[in-house]
Design a protein around this ligand. Sequence first.
Ligand code: GRF
Length: 213
Amino acid sequence: MKKLVILISGRGSNMEAIVRAAIPGAMIAAVIANKPAAAGLDFARSQGIEARVVDHTGYPTRDAFDEALATEIDRHSPDLVVLAGFMRVLGDDFVRRYEGRMINIHPSLLPSFPGLHTHRKAIEAGVRLHGATVHFVTPTLDCGPIIAQAAVAVGADDTEASLAEKVLAQEHIIYPQAVRWFVEGRLRLDGNRVTVSDACLPGEGWVVPQPDA
Ligand code: GRF
């Protein structure tokens, strides 16, 4: 069994998608939020998963928060730390501690649009394709080796909200898939490139096409 700890800050729909995927060989040891009001905590508890809060407002410095968070994570000795809508920037030491075993989902086709407000930026830039990326976490924000991406078409009528909804539906497909690959030991890191052995998806293996409407 591979142990997973999932970090959230709010709604937790990606965490929910991973839990609902019931990935063989994966055990969700805990869900940890940095906000007591994170709605996803209730879902985790309803599934019998240990749900904890490490409230960042209770720590005087970023380092102190990172240390407390790492202590809580390490209680579970996870094989994989999954950032699922976790909205705190983590310090370099924290990131290095989990290097190669911490992944994130970002709502854009990286390296386009790192940071916040990705859907707005995509519309403003006039791109025809937008999407989501699952990547290993490295000290540079939204910049680590890419594991999976999904693209959606940007329609002329799309708003920030409608685009976010389309992208989120894809996130809920590729994130559980990427976690499954990790759990099955199929991911290989070679410099900044990730290969997936025997990927059983259509297309190129690490690009998930948008399903037909
Ligand atoms: C997702 O769009 C994720 O890509 C981004 O924040 C959002 C979190 O949504 N990092 P949820 O909490 O998983 O519902």
